[in-house]
Design a protein around this ligand. Structure first.
Ligand SMILES: *Cc1c(COP(=O)(O)O)cnc(C)c1O
Length: 510
């Protein structure tokens, strides 16, 4: 508890090489990251050396928009390199910091996967190659389809969707197509637990369905009585996340699936939390009809700042014919691309994010069945160990043995909120957990350590969390005003999202 970092050299000596806002060269540059290059701008200074023009000059034809003034900083190449390198070091990433962002599964991205994806045969393959010239690439896709089918217990997989949310949309479109094909056009209601990720109701609304909220019970499961009372012949289906976003296994999953099936509905499994289940539980065997995988969560591919990801969908017997396509099919020794019989169609240009597929395939092939099971066992072990440590300073509202993540409350006092804890963690040198989600926990701190972290890192993180809980009691101001070592601290996050300033400028933002 003696640890009181003011400026960022915190409990993570291994990661504290970068102190936000205090890095090398800070003295020479302005506080504000966008101010830097302008301060170095000198009229006439150039960062490029172009060869002399060897053709006659001419006027641009009229009608082409031209500007007399182009207000760019005039700096050397070295200053430009330093500017961008410096900006890159203000970033947090899994390669630089512990990153316990709940539900996002920020695990290590193995370098071998990058190497394999960069092999020229894969990285230079043109998407318009005829099938007979890209049998190797198709074989990787077939292998991944088969791996995912075996891992999940689904009959068929489509690798098309570009993200989890995209996979969800496909799954709901498939459910809609299924009911339409059966002439069941009254089935427009989709049940969604109140702990669900916001993309669930969004996907439902985009498909013209009505999202109906199902409450959770006191153990953090879907309330089975409430669910049953909502099952009738207007039911399109249920979207269920397992383990749910509280990090808890849905104890009455089988009953829930049965109730929905008995009413003629279908079950969508949100597979974002599959990292807890590899080699232990197969959603397809439990009667789930369709599910997306987040390759960037479960199978170690980079999240990459919003993309490119991959969100393949798997489907059981009823929905497999509706999968998006094309999928890879084998005919003897030859692989070809084909659309499933009642396919909802193409949802992505060409064949999905192919390089991400190669990386996930590498991850799975490298670990094998035993290794994948160890992934989940260690993810669950790490989360439970961390929960035990953090319990000493934080309340855990639904406190049962958790799966790969758990949700604590950041409500440390009347004045200290989850946001304050998150901001203060930055001073201690780690990325904050997910906050204010799921919505059913007040001041939620959703913590997911993943299997890649060592016991030492988990303990260092718990020490930081407990130190903050202590500060909240004795020195709340330092928590309320955190972070102290970054160029910007507390943003107006609504304006930052609605009116982002994306243009480089020497004028102050409005
Ligand atoms: C991440 C996540 C999604 C959405 O996946 P993306 O790949 O980010 O689009 C959906 N549901 C849950 C529970 C998630 O954690």
């Amino acid at each position: 508890m003696k640890n009181e970092p003011q400026t960022g050299r915190g409990a993570f000596p291994a990661f504290s090489g970068k102190e936000p806002g205090k890095e090398l060269g800070k003295e020479l540059w302005q506080e504000s990251p966008e101010a830097g290059v302008w301060d170095y701008s000198v009229p006439g200074r150039e960062g490029v050396a172009l060869p002399d023009v060897d053709v006659p000059g001419c006027e641009l034809p009229p009608g082409i928009p031209q500007r007399k003034e182009l207000p760019l900083p005039e700096i050397s190449e070295l200053d430009a390199v330093r500017h961008f390198t410096r900006l890159s070091r203000l970033n947090y990433s899994i390669d630089t910091h512990f990153y316990p962002l709940g539900s996002c599964t920020m695990k290590y991205n193995p370098r071998i996967s990058e190497k394999i994806a960069a092999l020229p045969g894969f990285s230079l393959a043109h998407p318009l190659l005829p099938e007979f010239l890209c049998q190797g690439s198709l074989e990787i896709m077939e292998l991944l389809q088969n791996f995912l089918a075996e891992i999940s217990g689904f009959q068929a997989i489509s690798l098309q969707p570009a993200a989890g949310a995209h996979g969800e949309l496909c799954g709901v479109m498939m459910i809609r197509a299924y009911h339409q094909k059966n002439g069941d056009s009254r089935r427009l209601r989709m049940l969604i637990p109140d702990s669900a990720h916001g993309t669930n109701p969004a996907s439902v609304a985009m498909c013209g369905f009505q999202a109906v909220q199902v409450p959770s019970d006191s153990r953090g499961n879907i309330d089975i009585q409430a669910l049953k009372s909502l099952c009738d012949d207007t039911l399109a289906g249920l979207m269920l996340t397992n383990p749910n976003t509280l990090g808890l296994f849905e104890e009455r999953l089988t009953e829930a699936v049965e109730a929905v099936h008995n009413a003629g509905g279908l079950v969508y499994g949100d597979g974002a939390n599959l990292n807890a289940l590899l080699g232990v539980f197969r959603p397809g065997d439990a009667g789930i009809d369709v599910m997306h995988f987040n390759l960037h969560k479960t199978f170690g591919t980079p999240h990459g700042g919003g993309g490119p990801g991959a969100g393949p969908v798997g489907a059981g017997r009823k929905l497999a014919p509706f999968l998006p396509g094309p999928r890879v099919l084998r005919e003897g020794t030859v692989l070809r691309l084909a659309m499933p019989e009642n396919s909802i169609g193409r949802v992505k240009a060409f064949y999905g994010n192919f390089s991400v597929l190669v990386k996930a395939c590498t991850f799975i092939a490298m670990l094998g069945a035993k290794g994948l099971r160890a992934v989940s066992e260690n993810a669950v072990l790490n989360a439970n160990y961390l929960k035990k440590l953090i319990e000493r300073g934080y309340s855990i509202p639904y406190n049962r043995t958790c799966m790969h993540e758990f949700v604590a409350s950041g409500h440390l006092s009347d004045t200290i909120h989850a946001l304050d804890v998150a901001k203060r963690l930055i001073d201690y040198g780690c990325h904050p957990p997910t906050i204010y989600f799921p919505l059913i926990v007040k001041e939620a701190l959703m913590i997911e350590p993943t299997e890649s972290e060592s016991r030492k890192t988990l303990e260092a993180f718990a020490d930081a969390m407990l130190a903050i809980a202590e500060e909240a009691r004795h020195n709340p101001d330092i928590v309320k005003t955190a972070p102290h070592g970054t160029p910007v601290g507390r943003l107006d996050e609504v304006s930052a999202a609605r009116n982002p300033v994306l243009k480089h400028s020497n004028e102050k933002a409005p």
